[in-house]
Write a protein of this length. Structure first.
Length: 550
């Protein structure tokens, strides 16, 4: 405890004790004065004073407790109001961030679609509506449920699947709410055919926009019904499970199905959110031959719906707005990432052939990635700019050199060299291979480096849990596939080999057609133990490029 507070506490306790001693001494003196003339009167007066003090003390404690309780109630009330407000503020901030991302999206159609969705969410922030969506399989009685809730026929009710072709929205009057309730009927899910699949997709889209879901079934949950219910619960959708058409079952079967439904949805919703109703009961024939239509059993749903909306309505709306804003942000990031990835791939392809041309024209005695250090550094800077990371050339050189050392330490340089050598020997005359092999290999390694840096920048300049080694290994495996190598070599022949063959006027120093060409690369014996992250299943050589080659 801080010293000033300790001193105040000591002074306060001393003062209280002093006042108590003074009060006791004053009572004693008062009693002696009265009892001197009448001991009985003195005793009565003393008891009255003590009783009065007890009443006063009780009153002080009671009103102090009431004040504290009222303050707590007010505080809780403030918290209940504050939670939706915070969620709406978060949604507004998300919309602001999404609009900033939209400015970077080049696809005009995608940008306009995102902008329209952001306007809808923004209108929800200012609106006063609660959106309830009725969702379920075809002909489970969704429209009948809405009819029962509204107390009038608002839609066509037929037993055939596919009656509701699109979403229809109605106003649901409910007292005790400051918001207007909009209830939407959706097409049935799990319908067969292409048209049924499209309607089901529309229903799912409407369900994701709901503040509250009424999931209607007419029997026990099938797996195909449970999966969409579970998926909606996982994204935070509040649902009521409505067991409709109970008039078709005996009381025993009805209770059994209701019990099974509550058991199946444990963890998704409470048992009180599973309700049994008969929104449109079938007519019964009396012994006299008269036809009698029973009254709908809809009251349990109305009561539960009203209770949920009154207690959680504001929070449900705030949750839904925040969820839609977050989903919009994810969609914007995905579109922007696709755009950046496309730009980054073009940049890598451009720089891989720039480096290949530079080395092919002036071949060195060894395959040396440092010969293309300036090219690779510039590529890193350009990739960083695409992903919004401003790097200078010095930092670009550092990153390029770090990745080049990783390529060497993993044996990828030699693996790429042998891969390209074998492929070119099958496609190109021997005399030209000497100049082409180094350029094409440099292009291949630049591509692996560029693809690795794309992953680095996509993860906000982080190599991930596996580090740079795992990223490089993964990119090498992806770029070693036969179909890719074939296409790459054909492209390399057009971009590197053909220009060299056209400019070649004298026989190459490697024009010995009697023996296979050996790449001019310095090698040292590889260590007996392979690196711990050495890729398995690849045809690697037993030697690795020496560090002097770098």
């Amino acid at each position: 405890m801080p010293l000033p507070r300790l001193l105040i506490l000591i002074v306060g306790i001393t003062l209280v004790l002093g006042l108590m001693l003074w009060f006791i001494d004053a009572l004693r003196w008062f009693y002696l004065q009265i009892s001197y003339t009448s001991p009985l009167l003195g005793t009565v007066v003393l008891l009255l004073i003590v009783a009065l003090l007890g009443v006063l003390l009780t009153g002080v404690v009671y009103y102090a407790w009431m004040f504290q309780g009222g303050k707590t109630t007010k505080s809780r009330s403030q918290r209940v109001v504050k939670v939706p407000t915070e969620k709406k503020e978060a949604a507004a901030e998300t919309l602001k961030a999404v609009r900033q991302q939209m400015d970077k999206i080049q696809d005009r159609v995608a940008r306009e679609a995102l902008l329209e969705r952001s306007r809808q969410i923004e209108s929800s922030l200012q609106g006063r509506n609660v959106r309830v969506v009725v969702f379920g399989t075809g002909s489970s009685g969704k429209t009948s449920v809405i009819n029962g809730l509204l107390g009038q026929m608002v839609g066509q009710v037929q037993p055939t699947i596919g009656t509701t072709q699109e979403g229809h929205t109605y106003h649901l009057p409910l007292k005790g709410l400051n918001r207007e309730i909009l209830i939407t009927d959706t097409p049935g899910i799990l319908e067969i055919g292409e048209a049924g699949s499209d309607r089901g997709q529309m229903a799912r889209q409407l369900a994701t926009q709901a503040d509250l879901l009424l999931f209607v079934v007419d029997n026990d949950l099938r797996q195909s019904e449970y999966e969409p219910l579970q998926a909606l619960a996982q994204i935070g959708k509040r649902s009521l499970l409505v067991f409709n058409k109970t008039d078709l079952y005996t009381e025993e079967d009805r209770e059994r199905i209701l019990s099974e439904l509550r058991h199946r949805v444990q963890g998704l919703m409470s048992s009180g959110d599973v309700l049994a109703i008969a929104a449109n009961p079938q007519a019964a024939v009396l012994p006299s031959g008269d036809l009698v239509v029973p009254d709908p059993i809809i009251l349990p749903l109305i009561r539960r719906l009203a209770a949920v909306l009154r207690a959680e309505g504001e929070d449900l709306v705030a949750d839904n707005i925040l969820m839609q804003a977050s989903a919009l942000g994810e969609d914007a990031r995905r579109i922007l990432d696709t755009q950046r990835k496309r730009q980054a791939d073009r940049t890598v392809e451009q720089f891989q052939w720039i480096g290949a041309g530079a080395i092919a024209v002036t071949p060195l005695p060894v395959v040396d990635l440092l010969a293309t250090a300036a090219v690779n550094a510039q590529m890193v800077v350009e990739l960083g700019r695409i992903y919004g990371c401003e790097l200078n050339m010095e930092r670009g050189r550092e990153l390029a050199l770090s990745l080049a050392k990783t390529l060497t330490s993993l044996g990828i340089v030699e693996g790429a060299l042998k891969l390209v050598t074998t492929a070119l020997q099958l496609n190109v005359a021997t005399f030209i291979i000497g100049k082409a092999i180094q350029g094409v290999t440099a292009a291949y390694l630049t591509r692996i480096a560029g693809k690795s840096f794309i992953e680095y920048f996509r993860q906000d300049q982080d190599w991930g849990d596996g580090g740079i080694t795992e990223v490089v290994q993964r990119q090498f495996k992806l770029n070693k596939r036969d179909e890719f190598v074939k296409a790459f070599i054909q492209d390399a022949i057009e971009r590197v080999v053909h220009p060299l063959s056209q400019s070649e006027s004298e026989p190459s120093e490697y024009n010995d057609s009697t023996a296979p060409w050996t790449p001019p690369v310095s090698i040292v014996k590889a260590p007996e133990a392979l690196p711990p992250n050495f890729p398995e299943g690849d045809d690697w050589a037993e030697d690795s490029v020496s560090e002097q080659d770098w």
